[in-house]
Design a protein around this ligand. Structure first.
Ligand code: HEC
Ligand code: HEC
Length: 311
């Protein structure tokens, strides 16, 4: 790719980001900052310390009881996403009876692993009212996993597939990003996410219900709040597995692993805001926050670097 084309790409990308104060969710920004903080203070690792407790009637009863106390106000007594608080949020709490989960380490169309669900409970979902549940003991979180699984017949009828393999990410070179940019166009990601990733593609305003979890808006890459995370490996998993029940499909069959890395590098280059960097840094296990995007001197946004490991 010629240098002039790359400069053109940089110039195009420097167009100021749209998000602040715009869009149909005017209050989101204020509240999201609070959620950012909680996200930032997350643990460096979500790997459970102890082995999961063995399934038992007692564990299930505990799960049901913790669920009633902590989760049903949003997710509803029967897990239908219709609790009394649900209407307050612009992102609808998940209806667990369908058994479709966005945050999986398993290939589409598999149900998630127990560890996937445990991880979601431990980390919360960045930028949404689904906060991390670290005040619950690990045993309580595993009990909740058991309860969540009991809410959908999918967990009885289907067998969970193995988590996808995450190879080591390649270095994020300009060449890789440019390859990613071409693939972003070829795969028509911009139809939803927009050319600069600002969630303003032609069908971004399409409010039809695409699936049981599709009430969440299309991700605005420029704002840097990704529910799974913004590291290369997070994006790799998202693109390989898709987000079930939403418009965000799995690109497993369409892109090779190398191509997925290229697209991931390009998406990272579109991030303009790094919402958590102004807060005290969470303990991190290494220097994962060190990679730079091409037109930003900011550190990579996520410092509570934890959930990206294969589950
Ligand atoms: C304040 C409201 C609220 C409470 C309380 C709450 N959640 Fe959530 N939860 C949400 C919202 C909103 C979403 C959807 C986020 C999204 O789709 O991006 C969600 C999503 C989820 C998901 C789905 C993740 C996926 O992969 O799709 C799980 C699992 C979950 N919550 C578990 C729980 C459990 C267990 C509790 C109780 C310990 C709980 N939540 C309490 C609001 C809440
Ligand atoms: C048909 C519309 C559509 C297309 C096409 C699409 N996406 Fe998405 N994408 C979405 C929606 C909607 C979400 C938000 C899902 C949610 O959280 O409910 C999303 C979320 C994402 C996320 C955020 C994951 C996170 O952790 O928050 C990434 C990254 C992403 N898409 C990348 C891509 C890339 C790259 C392409 C092209 C290869 C693509 N998308 C194509 C609709 C689309």
């Amino acid at each position: 790719m010629s240098a002039s084309l790359y400069l053109l790409f940089l110039a195009a990308a420097i167009v100021p980001p749209v998000p602040t104060g715009k869009g149909p969710w005017p209050t989101r920004q204020q509240t999201a900052d609070f959620w950012d903080l909680d996200w930032q203070l997350g643990p460096a690792s979500v790997q459970p310390k102890a082995k999961p407790p063995t399934a038992s009637m007692g564990l299930r009863a505990q799960g049901a009881s913790v669920y009633r106390q902590r989760c049903s106000t949003c997710h509803g007594d029967n897990g239908r996403g219709d609790g009394p608080d649900a209407a307050r949020f612009d992102i609808r709490p998940t209806n667990f009876t369908y058994g479709f989960y966005k945050l999986r380490s398993t290939p589409f169309p598999s149900i998630p692993t127990d560890l996937d669900l445990f991880t979601t409970l431990t980390r919360g979902i960045h930028g949404t009212p689904m906060l991390p549940w670290r005040q619950l003991s690990e045993k309580e979180r595993w009990a909740l996993v058991t309860h969540l699984k009991s809410l959908s017949p999918r967990f009885k009828m289907e067998r969970v597939q193995k988590s996808i393999r995450i190879p080591p990410p390649p270095p994020e070179t300009d060449e890789l990003r440019l390859r990613g940019q071409r693939l972003y166009a070829l795969m028509e990601c911009a139809t939803c996410h927009g050319d600069a990733g600002a969630a303003d593609g032609p069908i971004a305003k399409d409010t039809r219900q695409w699936g049981p979890n599709s009430a969440a808006p299309i991700r605005d890459f420029t704002r840097g709040r990704f529910i799974r995370g913004t590291e290369m490996t997070d994006l790799f998993v998202t693109l390989q597995t898709g987000m079930d029940g939403t418009m965000m499909g799995s690109y497993n069959a369409l892109l090779s692993e190398d191509e997925v890395w290229a697209v991931a590098a390009y998406v990272r280059a579109l991030i303009l805001e790094h919402p958590v960097e102004h807060f005290p840094r969470a303990r991190t296990s290494g220097s994962r926050a060190a990679s730079l995007t091409p037109r930003s001197q900011h550190k990579a946004g996520k410092t509570a670097d934890d959930q990206t490991a294969p589950h």
